[in-house]
Ligand binder design. Sequence first.
Ligand SMILES: Cc1cc2nc3c(=O)[nH]c(=O)nc-3n(C[C@H](O)[C@H](O)[C@H](O)COP(=O)(O)OP(=O)(O)OC[C@H]3O[C@@H](n4cnc5c(N)ncnc54)[C@H](O)[C@@H]3O)c2cc1C
Length: 372
Amino acid sequence: MNNNSITSDVLVVGGGLVGAAIAWGLLDRGLTVTVLDEGDIALRASRGNFGLVWVQSKGDKMHEYARWTRRSADLWPDFAEHLAEETGISPSYEKPGGLHFILSEEEDRRVHAQHQRMHNVNGERGYGAEMLDRRQLDELVPGLGPEVISGSYCKHDGHANPLLLLRALHRGLGLRGGRYIPDGRVETLERDGDGFRATTSHGSYLGGRIVLAAGHGNKVLGPMLGLDVPIHPEKGEILVTERVAPLLPMPTHVLRQTNEGTIMIGDSHENTGYSTDSVTPVMSGIAQYAIRCFPALRNLRVVRSWGAVRILSADGFPVYQQSTDFSGAYTINCHSGVTLAAAHAGPLARMIAEGEFEPEITAFSPRRFDHA
Ligand SMILES: Cc1cc2nc3c(=O)[nH]c(=O)nc-3n(C[C@H](O)[C@H](O)[C@H](O)COP(=O)(O)OP(=O)(O)OC[C@H]3O[C@@H](n4cnc5c(N)ncnc54)[C@H](O)[C@@H]3O)c2cc1C
């Protein structure tokens, strides 16, 4: 099959949470969009993550990131409602606030100092997180272990079901007239007239603009269009328990109860390249830490576990770039693709549709690493 005749306003390479959210947002602006996505054996962070929509602690060393994260969290309620109405698939978003359990005096001092540094990060709208002592925590979450001495609570935190989010975005893409090519591993990219040609094993696709949202695949694809993509892999492992009656009223940075009743326990930070293997010592470390926070977990059976690979830059903040050599080419890379999905579908898609990144996101350019 030769698809040379298929031309869209925008080609999006990668149909994970980042590519799908941007494509859905571009379609809302009346553009025609084709999403080219690799097959099932690809690395797919979007199918292996924890599902937090998380604001606290994000962007301590880059306040633009704190503001972008908060902007996305503020957009999430409308985004989730709109997606559910349009597609019939709810991403199961809830915003009960979120907790970070603190187990040592040193950690208490560190998190407290972070709150003080970030208290004005959103100007008058504030940071939104506060320290809670053990008594206040007990009122919020009965059943904590004796080692938990305090906590950090943020009213802007929440969680969603990342697989339903991805499914809803994909269905939304189709309903808005987008084209999704599931076996479309892009092998080469080049200029074609004023636009771009993406070649896969079964033919090529043309687009006026191109957005590289291929996760780790961007490292190979980016340089073909003059885009530097300084990202690296970092594995995280997650355990999932059997379903139980409501135990946790809100998500924490390492534990959350899904709306189906399972408890997700995570996550590790491992430097093992692109491996997604689950490793017993890591899983047992994750479980032990969770039991220290919440001893009732000791009695639950773990029914599933997996490893998945984060997409991280050296400082952990997003890498968004417009190519200067190939006008109309963009690359979008980030950790926190669940949290940022609402910003990607909203303001970021608008900026790409209008052809210009606005100042609020120019800090995410990889040029920040030039003098490192
Ligand atoms: C363990 C773990 C926990 C996490 N927890 C959270 C969390 O709680 N909250 C949160 O907000 N974020 C979390 N994340 C991060 C989040 O999952 C990622 O930021 C997000 O999934 C990135 O999406 P993506 O679309 O960029 O990448 P991916 O999901 O990897 O998608 C990239 C897509 O591009 C395709 N592709 C690759 N190469 C090509 C090619 N050459 N041609 C065509 N297609 C290609 C792949 O097939 C894939 O479908 C977590 C991640 C991990 C690993």
